[in-house]
Every structure is written in structure tokens, then in C-alpha cells.
Design a protein around this ligand. Structure first.
Ligand code: BGC
Length: 662
């Protein structure tokens, strides 16, 4: 390979299209001649932006005519589905269901070819402890263990072969992006090496172990080092400690951003290219005309700033992934891929039902009686749009997903006014416009008008069920007081209203559990259950960790989620068996309906050299029980030798059982 050809493999450009008589895609657009010329001359390793099957195949045909004939990759953010959308990641994380996450990955892999895409910039594995940070919607919550399971399941689902080809997943944003100070997107993050390893790295380690092909370093600087040019993170930790063998793609324009107008650690394009490549970056995702690798990398090599062996390593990583994706043997996408869109709608409905979290159900308002007349209130009751959620470029395989349509399909009697109804369902919360990239808010209060809607509905004297649309934890303190039942429904996707109606009517049970703390006030952020033990713990009086103005605990903690029945725990104990620790408990359904309990195992490691979190999730099991039924449940936790206390519960604050691992 010539130096220019090597550099070409490390450059990703926008798959710019234009309307053209010779259109190669159903949309009537064709890749521009400028992009095709660059592919033909070997200057491009990948495109960003799904461009349709015709243009994808045109790009590959053009790549074949380049001197070396190396196929290109086409990446896009297909985050919670493609044509069919399932709930946003924060929503689907609440399912605590690895098989569901795996199937979500399969859906993305099956539908991506329809849009001419073979690489998705997902899963997003940032641990997010701060509701002010708008990208919390894209991640799997605040817990490293759970996010690790999510990572592995999604990667397996996305990368499993489809007809000789494998799609590439991308773990992002490596690492600590969710720890941006003040919840301000793109801002710096600071943390100890201990916190990095215990909290922020484990999901990436799990994704790497599952074989993820690519990793995207974040825009931010961690402890003063921009991630894009951070040798410790990209080489020592990612490749050295975690054993990553794929390639790193920069975030959009992030190489350029280490330059004088950004982080300010590089003088120009040559310097930026050299610093990033030497640190371990492979490919630059370019933005507009900000090209550092194509403008500066060859010069950096010629000037001896980047060793040819280093460049070869970076290129080899990219070629190896293209090979593992099957692109050399099968560069083209089938013109008519066989995709079962009906089955995907069924999946979206199931996923929506499994993602909702019931957090209050006073007087057993839910499930709705079959004969109940329902009045709808609130600005989201008829909205299909609010079911989309962030990053949903396509929303094409959709049944009218509004709550009203879902209830109608469930054959519920819909009343015009609360006066004529038996129950009012208020669809309220946060508009999807308010979350996602660069949607940081200092104040995550509940919308005052929405609260007024719920209070007004309450004045009818009928029970009020609030459905909370959101992409982040918002302050539900007053809402939870005002409404009889509260269910967090996120942005539920293509069949959102149908899945929500399934739970409202009891066709499906509520099994979701929160994966983030919901604060009582914005000022509690950041807030997370796995905080470090302190010398003056909360609850021990005046001189304990607390606020003077609001309670210390969140309103709704991580792990919270109600069923339509109740469970009791008995006879809990732990046993060491060789290197394994097993936890046992007898769980009984003491309510009147069939129900599924998520038995959550938390541990606290004691008498260590450094302080440990008060509690860390280390395992969970689901058990479905008929009324009156009881069953012995075993939860296995991989724990190194040590001295532990444990807490076994469905909800980190409700009835549960405590014990010691002897
Ligand atoms: C985001 C990434 C995304 C990229 C490409 C950036 O602004 O931070 O998460 O993958 O754009 O769309």
C-alpha cells in the first residue's frame, strides 16, 4: 500500500448525496461525484450516513475499481432500531432482560441493510449519574454491572452474521463521557483511576469481551487528556488491559477539536493527526471540511512524527475488521433483503411493555378493569411523534403508536371527559426535543403545565394514572403526590401505545425496574445508589451526609419498579462454593395476581484497604409466580474472596433481606 492508500483507510467522510437523474436509490439521490472520486482513488476507508441500498452498492462497486479494491464501511447511528423503533436505550435498559437486548441488536442488524448501512454507532455505554446530562437517554443507566450485560447482549445481537456478512457495533463514548462536570455535554470529566476502573470501564470491558469491532472515544477530556489523543486510555487500557483488537473511530470532528480552537493540545492538522494516531486512534470521523488525517497524517509520517509501523498497525486493525465483517467476500447488500417487519413490530410492542416502570399504584388503580371507561388527558395522549425518542432518523415501520391508538386497539371504552370516565390517564412528562446530544438542563423539574393537567384531572374525583414520557430522570416529587398511579413510559417506539396499553390493561405485567435514580430536586444531581461509604453516613444525625433543604435519598431509586402483586422474602442466606458465592432466598407471591419478581442482589465489601460503595449490584434473577406460590431462588454472583454484606430485594428500599457472606 502507498502511504496515501494507508491514510485513506483511516478516513471517514460524509456519504454526501445529491438529487440526480442517475439516482441509485429509491429516494432519488446519488452519492456525489466528489465522494465517488475519493473512493475510487483510495482516499476513503468509510462513509458516515446511511445512503440507501443502491448507493451502498454503488460505493462498493466504486471501491472495487480503486487500485486495491478495498471495500468501504458505511456507519450510522442506528441506536434503538432502524425502520422499527423500540424504546430508547434508557427505556429498554429498564427491562433488565439480556435476551431482549440481544434481540434488539438482531433487529438493528436485520434492518440496517435496508438503509444501506453495515456499522452502527451503538451501544452507548456511558455510565450516567446526572439527570442534567441529556445523553442519559442513550445509555443503559447508572450501574456498571447492568450496563455490562447490556453491552455484551447488544454487541452479540448486532454482530451475529446475516448471510455471510456481519454488522459492526461501536462501543461509545470511551470513556467517562457521562461524568461531564455539571452534566454539561462535551465538558471535561475528572475521576480517580479507581473510579474509572470500578464504574466507568466495566461496560466497555464487557463489550470488548463480547467481540465489539469498534470503539469511539468521547469528545471530552478525562483528567486533562482529550480521549481522542489519550494514549493511556486508547493503548494501555483499551488494548493492553481490556484486550481490544478492533479499531477506534473518532467522534465527529473530535480529532480536529484537540487543536487550537478546541482542547488546545495540537497546533495544526499535522500535530492533531500525529497525536491521535500515536495515542491509538485509527480512523477520523470528519466533520464539514475539518480533515486532519487526510490533510496532515501523511505529512506527519514523512516528518517522522508517526512511525510507519504505528501507521501499519492502525491500518491493519481496520482491514482486519473489514475482513471479519465479510466485506471482502460479500461487499454488496442484497437489493431486496428479507426482513420480517411484522415480527419487528411485535418485538417493538413487547419491548415497550417490558420497558415501562410502574412506580406508584395506590388503591390498585391498575390494571384497568376490562369494563373501565377511560378519559385521556395531557399533551402526549395523541402523539405518535413523542414515541420516537432521540436518534430516530427513520420511523417508518410504525403502527399508530399513540396511547389513544393503543387503548383503542385494546378495545378499551374511551370517554370524552373525566366526568364520563371511571379513570383518567394523563400523558405528561418531557418532550423528546429536550433530551439527546447537547440537551443539558440545569433544572430537571417536572413541567408545571403538565402538573396542572394532572391536578385538574384529579378534581374530577376520578383516579388519575400519570404516564410519564421522558428520556431522563425528571423531578416527579409533586406528580407522585398528585396522581394515584404513575408509570414511566420513556419514548416507547413504533408500537409504544400498544405496549403501554398491554400493561395498563394487565395483558402484560409491569416488570420494568429503574436503572437510574430519579431525584427529588435538580440540586440532588448527580445522584446514584452505589455511592461510597462515608465516615458520617446518612441517617446518623445532625453531622451526617445530608442536605438541609431536601431529603438525601432520591425520590425513586435505582432498582425500583412495582408489580401488580406483592412478594415476600424468607430464608435468605449465602454460601461459598469454591470460588463462587451463591445466594438463596424463598420468594412468595403474597398478592392476588400472577407476577414476576426481579430478585436483585447487592453486596457491600467490608474491611478493605480503600473505601467501597455502600452497595453494588452483583446479580439478579427473575421469577414468575402464581398467587400463593413460593419458590427458592438462587442468584450467583462472581465475587472475589472477601468479606461481604449482602442485601437481596426487589427494590433497594423496600422489604428485602440482609445478611453476611461467611
Ligand atoms: C455523537 C456520536 C455519533 C456521531 C455520529 C456525534 O455528535 O457524539 O455519538 O455517533 O455524532 O453521528
Amino acid at each position: 500500500m502507498t502511504l496515501e492508500e494507508k491514510v485513506g483507510q483511516l478516513v471517514q467522510v460524509a456519504s454526501a448525496t445529491e438529487k440526480n437523474a442517475a439516482a441509485t436509490d429509491a429516494s432519488g439521490a446519488r452519492l456525489t461525484d466528489a465522494v465517488l472520486a475519493r473512493i475510487r482513488s483510495g482516499e476513503v476507508g468509510a462513509l458516515i450516513g446511511a445512503c440507501g441500498i443502491g448507493n451502498y452498492n454503488l460505493a462498493q462497486r466504486t471501491a472495487k475499481t480503486s487500485r486495491l479494491g478495498i471495500p468501504v464501511m458505511v456507519g450510522h447511528d442506528l441506536i434503538h432500531g432502524v425502520l422499527t423503533q423500540f424504546p430508547t436505550p434508557i427505556g429498554i435498559s429498564c427491562a433488565w432482560d439480556t435476551n431482549l437486548w440481544y434481540r434488539a441488536g438482531r433487529l438493528i442488524a436485520a434492518e440496517a441493510p435496508l438503509k444501506g448501512c453495515d456499522w452502527t454507532f451503538t451501544p452507548m455505554l456511558d455510565i450516567a449519574r446526572d439527570a442534567r446530562w441529556g445523553r442519559i437517554v442513550e445509555c443503559a443507566g447508572q450501574d456498571p454491572y447492568l450496563a455490562g450485560l447490556y453491552a455484551a447482549a447488544m454487541v452479540r445481537g448486532i454482530q451475529e452474521p446475516v448471510g455471510g456478512r456481519r454488522m459492526a457495533a461501536c462501543l461509545k463514548h470511551y470513556v467517562g463521557y457521562g461524568a461531564a462536570v455539571g452534566g454539561r455535554d462535551y465538558d471535561e470529566a475528572e475521576m480517580s483511576v479507581e473510579t474509572l476502573h470500578r464504574i466507568y470501564l466495566p461496560p466497555f470491558a464487557a463489550g470488548v469481551s463480547a467481540g465489539a469491532f469498534t470503539v469511539m472515544p468521547g469528545f471530552h477530556s478525562l483528567n486533562g487528556g482529550p480521549c481522542s489523543a489519550n494514549r493511556y486510555l486508547l493503548t494501555d487500557v483499551l488494548r493492553g488491559e481490556l484486550g481490544f483488537t478492533g479499531f477506534c473511530i473518532s467522534d465527529m470532528g473530535a480529532v480536529w477539536e484537540i487543536g487550537p480552537k478546541g482542547h488546545g493540545i495540537a497546533r495544526d492538522a499535522v500535530d492533531a493527526a500525529a497525536k491521535c494516531v500515536n495515542a491509538g486512534m485509527n480512523m477520523e470521523m470528519t466533520r464539514r471540511s475539518e480533515f486532519c488525517f487526510s490533510e496532515g497524517l501523511a505529512q506527519a509520517v514523512r516528518a517522522g512524527r508517526v512511525d510507519m509501523r504505528t501507521l501499519d498497525d492502525r491500518v491493519r486493525d481496520v482491514l482486519r475488521i473489514k475482513e471479519r465483517m465479510g466485506l471482502f467476500e460479500h461487499p454488496f447488500i442484497d437489493e431486496k433483503p428479507a426482513v420480517d417487519l411484522e415480527a419487528h413490530l411485535a418485538f417493538a410492542r413487547e419491548a415497550a411493555a417490558k420497558s415501562v416502570v410502574l412506580v406508584k399504584n395506590a388503591g390498585d388503580v391498575l390494571p384497568l378493569a376490562k369494563t373501565a371507561k377511560v378519559a385521556l388527558a395531557g399533551r402526549f395522549a395523541d402523539s405518535a411523534h413523542e414515541m420516537r425518542g432521540a436518534w430516530s432518523a427513520y420511523f417508518e415501520n410504525v403502527r399508530n403508536p399513540s396511547v389513544r391508538a393503543g387503548l383503542a386497539a385494546a378495545e378499551m371504552a374511551l370517554a370524552e371527559t373525566p366526568a364520563e370516565a371511571d379513570v383518567v390517564i394523563a400523558c405528561v412528562g418531557e418532550s423528546q426535543k429536550r433530551n439527546g446530544e447537547n440537551r443539558s438542563y440545569a433544572d430537571v423539574s417536572f413541567d408545571a403545565n403538565d402538573l396542572a393537567v394532572v391536578r385538574e384531572a384529579k378534581r374530577s374525583g376520578k383516579p388519575v394514572v400519570a404516564l410519564v414520557f421522558c428520556g431522563r430522570p425528571i423531578v416527579l416529587t409533586e406528580l407522585v403526590e398528585a396522581a394515584d398511579a404513575v408509570m414511566i413510559v420513556w419514548n416507547a417506539g413504533s408500537c409504544g401505545g400498544w405496549g403501554i396499553a398491554d400493561v395498563l390493561t394487565g395483558r402484560a405485567e409491569p416488570t420494568g425496574r429503574l436503572t437510574v435514580d430519579f431525584p427529588r430536586a435538580s440540586g440532588q444531581c448527580p445522584i446514584f445508589y452505589n455511592r461510597m461509604a462515608t465516615g458520617r453516613p446518612y441517617g446518623s444525625g445532625r453531622f451526617c451526609v445530608h442536605y438541609e433543604d431536601v431529603p438525601f435519598e432520591p425520590l425513586l431509586p435505582f432498582g425500583r419498579g412495582l408489580a401488580y402483586t406483592a412478594f415476600a422474602y424468607a430464608d435468605a442466606h449465602a454460601e461459598r462454593q469454591g470460588g463462587r458465592v451463591l445466594f438463596f432466598a424463598e420468594i412468595a407471591n403474597v398478592g392476588k395476581r400472577r407476577g414476576t419478581e426481579t430478585v436483585q442482589l447487592y453486596v457491600h465489601e467490608r474491611f478493605t484497604e480503600t473505601v467501597r460503595p455502600v452497595r453494588e449490584l452483583r446479580g439478579f434473577e427473575k421469577v414468575t409466580l402464581e398467587p400463593g406460590e413460593r419458590r427458592r431462588v438462587t442468584v450467583e454472583a462472581a465475587l472475589p474472596v472477601g468479606d461481604y454484606e449482602y442485601f437481596l430485594a426487589s427494590d433497594s428500599r423496600a422489604d428485602g433481606v440482609r445478611g453476611e457472606v461467611k
